[in-house]
Design a protein around this ligand. Structure first.
Ligand code: PLP
Length: 414
């Protein structure tokens, strides 16, 4: 098990813990709840504090159960290192707090997870300028760049309208300009896509979604792919330059964001996420097949006005998605024709549950404009292509025929 590249995705995750000694030969990494770690030699404690020796000091900055999960995510993304956080939003907030300063500029996709959109708006009130662009075309990203641009931030497949960012060309642009390219990989997960392939320097994953997959734990992560040259980043404090240069970014994020803001992942949640991660590939195979079957059925029905799923040939970025992703994801959205009320439709579903999570084993449905995108108002919704009747579906692992039949019967009962 030393050469992780030799093995497939699931084999690598299943045997990851055994690459380091596990207490008592236990097969699963135990849940370590201790907050502090004692040292027999006080000089060792000092060496750990000064970064000269690996080790744990205080639970906010690191924990053995969380480290084992960080190793797994690093392997999934084929990166250099990973830091876990209490939620996906804590990971994105960490990025903003640790790496940006007043006067900096960020170019972000306009098609974003709603809370990330809200976070960038908060940050813009704090002296950082954020430009929102249609990232399905690299030309829009390029046109927005300024000499102060520090980060280009995109999602792979946007939630809920499923626009696919022009990932390869944006990666190339960032490489040419020496700008840090950050990709939120939550919608694809490292099983369907590795942002490292398109030149991302940092990868965000909301572990809450497909990686845990069971809807019983919150978590988030940032992975350094090793591709970004941190010597080009002007905001690294001198104190973190005592590490080797590839470690600068993560050293600063671990201290300035995880230590100082304290959005740390708890050991129990880390354990739940690690258990879920073992079956990620199996779940995603089923979820993507279910999503494809539902999208075909709905698109063919005259009572449906539009279906948004990158797996459909009618999707504007179908070709890019086919080139980059091994499948098209477990999320799609659709609009009913005028005359069918989206609330009535949702209430007729027997299996799809009205709820706001994604990547759960159960199929979850939500009327987007009235819930998760309510706060931003009708104008901003319209600019993001969110119809008032849009229904988002996070497809679960139910049997395909049961789901297709459920979504069909709900159309016909009006
Ligand atoms: C859910 C989600 C997040 C935030 O993750 P939480 O764990 O809920 O904080 C960030 N980005 C995307 C794309 C998400 O779907």
């Amino acid at each position: 098990m030393n050469d992780t590249k030799k093995y497939g995705f699931t084999t690598t995750i299943l045997h990851s813990d055994r690459q380091k000694p596990i207490e008592h030969g236990s097969l699963h990494k135990p849940i370590h709840t201790s907050v502090a770690y004692g040292y027999k030699d006080a000089r060792e404690l000092a060496a750990v504090f000064q970064g000269r020796q690996p080790g744990y000091r205080y639970g906010r900055q690191g924990n053995p159960t969380v480290s084992a999960l960080e190793d797994k995510i690093t392997k999934m993304e084929q990166g250099l290192a990973t830091i876990c956080f209490s939620t996906g939003m804590a990971a994105i907030g960490a990025l903003a707090h640790a790496l940006l300063r007043s006067g900096d500029h960020v170019v972000s996709s306009a098609f974003l997870f709603g809370n990330t959109n809200s976070l960038w708006q908060t940050v813009s009130g704090q002296g950082i300028e954020v430009s929102f662009v249609d990232a399905t075309d690299v030309a829009n990203v390029e046109a927005a760049l300024t000499p102060s641009t520090r980060i280009v931030f995109v999602e792979t497949i946007a939630n809920p309208r499923t626009q696919v960012a022009d990932l390869k060309r944006i990666g190339q642009l960032c490489r040419d300009k020496g700008i840090l390219f950050v990709v939120d990989n939550t919608m694809t997960s490292p099983y369907l896509f590795r942002p490292k392939m398109v030149g991302a320097g940092l990868v965000v994953n909301a572990l809450t979604k497909s990686i845990a997959g069971h809807g019983n734990a919150l978590g988030g992560s940032l992975t350094d792919t090793g591709l970004y040259d941190w010597s080009k980043f002007p905001n690294i404090f001198d104190t973190y330059k005592r590490y080797t240069q590839p470690q600068w970014g993560m050293a600063q994020i671990r201290a300035k964001a995880l230590r100082d803001f304290g959005g740390s992942l708890g050991p129990e949640a880390a354990h739940h996420i690690a258990v879920g991660a073992e079956t990620m590939a199996l779940r995603l195979e089923r979820e993507c097949a279910n999503a494809m079957a539902l999208a075909w059925m709905l698109e063919a029905d005259p009572r449906v006005a539009a279906v948004h799923y990158p797996g459909l040939p009618s999707h504007p970025q179908h070709a890019i998605a086919s080139e980059l992703f091994s499948a098209y994801g477990s999320l799609f959205s659709f609009e009913l024709v005028d005359g069918i009320d989206c609330f009535d439709y949702l209430n007729r579903l027997r299996l799809g549950v009205p709820a706001s999570n994604l990547g759960d084993t159960r199929t979850l449905v939500i009327p987007v404009a009235h819930t998760i995108f309510y706060e931003m108002g009708p104008e901003r919704r319209a600019s993001m292509g969110i119809a008032e009747s849009l229904i988002r579906v996070s497809v679960g692992i139910e049997d395909t025929t049961d789901l297709v039949e459920d979504f069909r019967q709900a159309l016909g009962a009006q």
